[in-house]
Every structure is written in structure tokens, then in C-alpha cells.
Write a protein that binds this ligand. Structure first.
Ligand code: ZN
Length: 511
């Protein structure tokens, strides 16, 4: 049997560090369930010491999802390690992931400590974690810019202290595939005790090399890769889970290793993460982008019709994409809607389906063909309404060339059923709606609008408008999303979603 590479997903920790991608505990539990179905081996659920909210989110994930290992990240200090171990201890299989910088630049400019002191601190904190949980991972941050002999000493020392996984992170996305292959080989040859532990890598995409570097490390013997859905993460992001998994599968002839991933869940998981984080996937993104399986050239189309193998190296169905466009409409019944939703990865209870079906009918009345994207958008709307403190009850906006009349009246309802009503003016209907909502909620200081984007979900005139809004208040950035056939209403929903997130956002600690 082929050797297994463990897939360590850090969408909810490193991915959450993408601007605006803050997740609530409910969001994290939903993503964790999807990652469990996808078959990932380890879920890094957050950073328990960073905020009480994240501590709770990690615990809820640990209680809800029992098959995968649940990891929390911790700085190498006693309080952070203790908080992390306390948070993950409720998991069926808990892991504490300790990290500390090891490169000269970080030691000199950031930590202002000497190498011996750092070596001791890393070793002591691994030993401390080991007393509380048996599965301990250690990461020497900025490993690819660390002197090799020092890196070897640190890794040997944490293994002696009980680390069971050692991770070699390319924190700043600096290395290249050849160099990284060489570094991992060097570790295998020089780190003492390395044969007893799992060797992991964690690559960032600053030079667009996160996936190739991870693959080079696998060839060099690494057996855990840290990655995220859609490649989201700090700055240019992390290695993309779907690209690594599909490369290992498509080019099994080269790599000869297996993963535990059910690839047919890749696309639905990508859509879910995009919907929850508000981070839109670019059309040309490999595997999960809108154009990834679309053939435009006549010669290519001709070939595909004769035999898909001519221009397609992967079957779209194998990554969970439908091979045909399916529509539902006004005449589709409950059973048809339930069946399609379940094919898209959503399994609803009778009560949930009843509620969803009413929304579906409303949409089918205004739009002839209801596509998969429409269904997903409706699911996203339901989720946001359920989880937010405020939801939109009523909206009237007046626009036109007469400036005086550009105003909006908005009614919101909070969780306790209390109604908030405001009328406001703006230089257009959307500005007036945002002003009315912001005044109704009364958040101080008033959030700053960083970005506002409208696109259509299916590209026809009757299509639903998909609006994303990015807000910043008190240094916290959040994304909001809203969908409706009326773009002013979609804008209002997106703005409310962003405000709800601001109200719940734990202050993030960046690593
Ligand atoms: Zn990272």
C-alpha cells in the first residue's frame, strides 16, 4: 500500500488571518464539519490564547467533530500553551501546536533574545505541553531563513522533549522547490530522533510557490502538509489544499503517496469557505475556480466532445463539480430541491427544508431557472440570518435624478425581536441604506467602508445580485455578504452581515 500524507488544514487559523475572514464559533463548527466530511486528518481550529471567543470556538469544534485531530496554536509561553491545552483537551484526539521563531532576523529584531535562550524556551514549552496532551507539534517560525545547524539543534531538542510532529514552516514564502527539497533532506540526515516523528511543512505563497514547495517537501519525505481551502491565509495565502491533493492524485505516478481526502467534497467545501469568509475565488483558480473546467477554444471543445481525455487531465465530477448544468424552477417540488441540496453537500432536516423551500419558491417566482449557485446563495442567506444579531425586516429606498429624494428607510429586527427603524439620506440609494443601518445599530465609532462589490450570480438580467462589503472598526476588518434579486436589498443584507461580524469579532493576533 502507498504511504499516506497527512492533510493538516489551517483554514480556520492561518486562513482566518486573511483580511476580513473572521469566523464566528458557529462558522467554525460548520466549516469543521465540512472538513471532517472532506477527510482531512488534522484541523487547526484557532489560537485559543488570542481571545476568549477563539478559545470557545476551538472547544466547540473539538466537541462537535470527533474523527480528525483537533489542534490549537500557541506561542511558546506558559500562558498560551496552557490555554491551548485546556481548549483542545475536550477533543477525542487533541494536539497542541507550539511555535517560536528561529531565524537570525526574527531573534535579532523581533524577539531580541539570543539563540541559546530561544532553544531553551522552545524545549521547555514543548515539555510543558507534553505533560497535558500527548500529541505535540513544534514549528520553528521562519525556518527557511534559519541557519541550518541551529535549526537542526532546535528540532533535535524539541523531539527529545516530546514533540511528535516537527513542522518546517516557510513563514514568509521565501524558499523555492529545489532549496526546500534540499532543506528537508538535510533535516532527515541531521536531526536526531527524526525517524520517530512526523515531518510536516507549512508553506506561504508570497512568490506563488506554496504548492510546488509543499510537493517538493513530500518528495523529500515530509508526511504532513499544512494547507488551506482556496489557499486563503496571511498575505498571499497558504498552500492550497485542493491543488496539493489533486496533484498527488493526478500525478500519483510521480509521487506515489495517498491522502485520506474524498476529492468529490473539494468543490462544495471551497464554496462554503468562500461564502462564510466573503473571500471570492478568482475565476482562473485551479480546481475550484469558475473557469477551471471551461473550454473556450474551438479545437479544445471539439476534442472534449470526441473524448474528454484529449484536453482534460481531471474529471470535473471527481472534484465535486457537476458535469451538466441543472436547473430547478417554479414547478420543482420539495423532493427535487432536497435531492439537489444533498448533492451539493447540504443535508437539511424537515423543518430546515420547509423554511428553505419557502425561500426557494419566492426566488423561483422572480427567476425562471434556479441554478446550483442560486441554491448555495440562498443557503448562505439563511445561515447569515440565523447567526447574526440583526436582520433586515423592511427596506424602502428612493433613487433617481432628483437629489432630494435619495433616501432610505430601514427596519431591522434584533435577536430578541426588538425593532429598530431609521430614515437617512445619502448621495445614492446604497449610501442612504448604509447610513440608515449604521445609525439604527449605533455602533461607535462608525465603521469605515473599505470595499463594496456587486456581481451577478449567474450573469442574466434576472440574476441575483451578490454583494460583498468590507468594513473596518477599531482595527478589526470584516467581510459581509448579501444576495437578492434586488441589489439595494443585497447591499443592505451585506452591510448588516458585516456589522453582525464586527459585533462578534474577536480581536485577532497576527502570526
Ligand atoms: Zn502561516
Amino acid at each position: 500500500m502507498a504511504e499516506r500524507v497527512l492533510i493538516f488544514d489551517t483554514t480556520m487559523r492561518d486562513g482566518e488571518q486573511s483580511p476580513g475572514a473572521t469566523m464566528t464559533a458557529d462558522d467554525k463548527v460548520e466549516i469543521a464539519r465540512a472538513l471532517d466530511r472532506l477527510g482531512v486528518d488534522i484541523i487547526e481550529a484557532g489560537f485559543p490564547f488570542s481571545s476568549p471567543g477563539d478559545f470557545e470556538a476551538v472547544q466547540r469544534v473539538a466537541r462537535a467533530v470527533r474523527r480528525p485531530i483537533i489542534a490549537g496554536l500557541a506561542h511558546a509561553n506558559a500562558q498560551a500553551v496552557d490555554a491551548c491545552c485546556d481548549a483542545v483537551r475536550v477533543a477525542e484526539r487533541p494536539r497542541c501546536h507550539v511555535f517560536l521563531s528561529s531565524s537570525d532576523v526574527h531573534l535579532l529584531y523581533q524577539l531580541k533574545k539570543g539563540p541559546e535562550e530561544i532553544l531553551l524556551q522552545a524545549t521547555e514549552m514543548v515539555a510543558r505541553a507534553k505533560k497535558k496532551v500527548s500529541d505535540v507539534e513544534f514549528s520553528p517560525m521562519d525556518a527557511t531563513r534559519t541557519q541550518r545547524d541551529y535549526l537542526v539543534r532546535v528540532l533535535s531538542s524539541v523531539i527529545a522533549a516530546g514533540a511528535t510532529t516537527i513542522n518546517v514552516p516557510d513563514t514568509v514564502g521565501y524558499t523555492t522547490p529545489d532549496e526546500f527539497y534540499d532543506l528537508i533532506r538535510y533535516c532527515f540526515e541531521h536531526v536526531s530522533g527524526i525517524e520517530k516523528v512526523t515531518v510536516s511543512v507549512h508553506c506561504h505563497n508570497d512568490l506563488g510557490l506554496a504548492v510546488p514547495n509543499s510537493l517538493a517537501a513530500i518528495r523529500a519525505g515530509a508526511r504532513q502538509v499544512e494547507c488551506t481551502i482556496n489557499g486563503i491565509g496571511e498575505r498571499a495565502g497558504n498552500a492550497s489544499l485542493e491543488e496539493i491533493v489533486m496533484t498527488l492524485r493526478t500525478r500519483h505516478d510521480l509521487y506515489g503517496v495517498e491522502t485520506g481526502i474524498d476529492t468529490t467534497k473539494l468543490y462544495p467545501t471551497s464554496r462554503l469557505v468562500s461564502d462564510i469568509t466573503g473571500l471570492v475565488v478568482q475565476p482562473n483558480k485551479a480546481i475550484v475556480g469558475g473557469n477551471a473546467f471551461r473550454h473556450e477554444s474551438g479545437i479544445h471543445q471539439d476534442g472534449i466532445i470526441k473524448n474528454p481525455i484529449t484536453y482534460e487531465i481531471m474529471d470535473p465530477v471527481s472534484v465535486g463539480r457537476s458535469d451538466r448544468e441543472l436547473y430547478l424552477g417554479k414547478l420543482s417540488g420539495r423532493a427535487a430541491v432536497r435531492k439537489r441540496l444533498s448533492e451539493l453537500g447540504y443535508n437539511l432536516s424537515d423543518e430546515e427544508l420547509g423554511k428553505f423551500f419557502a425561500e426557494f419558491k419566492r426566488l423561483a417566482d422572480t427567476k425562471k431557472q434556479v441554478t446550483d449557485q442560486d441554491l448555495e446563495a440562498l443557503m448562505g442567506e439563511e445561515r447569515r440570518e440565523e447567526r447574526g444579531r440583526y436582520r433586515l425586516e423592511n427596506l424602502q429606498a428612493v433613487c433617481g435624478s432628483d437629489r432630494v429624494h435619495r433616501q432610505a428607510s430601514v427596519t431591522l429586527v434584533d435577536r430578541d425581536g426588538k425593532r429598530l427603524h431609521r430614515v437617512a439620506q445619502g448621495n445614492g440609494p446604497v449610501a442612504a441604506v448604509f447610513a440608515a443601518i449604521s445609525q439604527a445599530v449605533g455602533l461607535k465609532p462608525e465603521p469605515e467602508l473599505l470595499d463594496y462589490t456587486v456581481k451577478s450570480i449567474t450573469g442574466t438580467a434576472e440574476a441575483q445580485g451578490d454583494v460583498t462589503v468590507q468594513l473596518r472598526a477599531d482595527g478589526v476588518v470584516v467581510n459581509g455578504r448579501g444576495v437578492s434579486t434586488d441589489i439595494v436589498e443585497a447591499s443592505a443584507k451585506a452591510y448588516i452581515n458585516a456589522l453582525n461580524r464586527l459585533l462578534e469579532a474577536p480581536a485577532l493576533t497576527s502570526v
